[in-house]
Write a protein of this length. Structure first.
Length: 203
């Protein structure tokens, strides 16, 4: 199946970069059609531009009405022929129009082993701080389908990452982020190969 990706990112975009690199090298049988950022100056936007992927800034600044923003995101994805939406460090909730249009075809990556350490308020460094505070022996990465609630949709793939005795939020975060890059590319490739079946996904 030829995947045509729409990638949404908010900040650094290292996951977006890993996916773009894998598309370019042929490691991933997918084509990045469009990138959408909710921050106009996000490094993720510059990364997309450098890769020659059309990039759009769509946010509450460009569309103050949430329904209009939701419609603009859905229309942008559709206009670029996207058949799989990939959230890569996207810090906003998708609206009902986009979720309905792409139900079962929106992936997110979370830097912990869901359902542990997920939900509203648990993002970025806060996740790793919570894992360390709970003295967990392992953390990890989860790729899941997106629904209306944060971090709750069906789990598609998971990988454990060890927590070391002297870990800080930074060292754990770096180890997890490296695993994110690998597992996100790998999971999308398995979807492309049909090893992971997503209902509603078609050429
Ligand atoms: C990643 O840890 C991802 O799991 C989380 O936000 C971070 C984004 O990193 N949702 P980047 O922007 O891809 O570098």
């Amino acid at each position: 199946m030829k995947l045509r990706l729409g990638i949404l990112a908010s900040h650094g975009g290292s996951n977006l970069q890993a996916i773009l690199d894998a598309c370019r090298s042929g490691q991933l049988r997918a084509e990045a059609r469009v990138a959408i950022c909710n921050n106009s100056d996000a490094p993720a936007r510059a990364r997309a531009r450098r890769a020659g992927v059309p990039g759009f800034h769509l946010s509450s600044h460009t569309h103050p009405d949430p329904a209009a923003l939701d419609a603009a995101i859905a229309a942008t994805l559709e206009r670029h022929g996207v058949n799989l939406v990939v959230l890569a460090g996207y810090m906003k909730k998708l609206g009902p129009i986009t979720l309905k249009r792409y139900r079962g075809r929106v992936l997110n990556i979370h830097p912990a082993l869901l359902p542990k350490f997920g939900g509203q308020g648990l993002y970025g460094r806060r996740v790793h701080a919570a894992v360390l505070a709970a003295r967990e022996p392992v953390s990890g990465v989860t790729v899941h389908l997106v629904d209306e609630e944060y971090d709750r949709g069906p789990i598609v793939a998971q990988r454990e990452v060890p927590v070391l005795a002297d870990d800080t939020v930074d060292t754990l975060g770096q180890r997890v982020l490296k695993a994110e890059h690998e597992i996100y590319v790998d999971t999308i490739e398995r979807i492309a190969l049909g090893e992971i079946a997503l209902e509603g996904l078609s050429d």
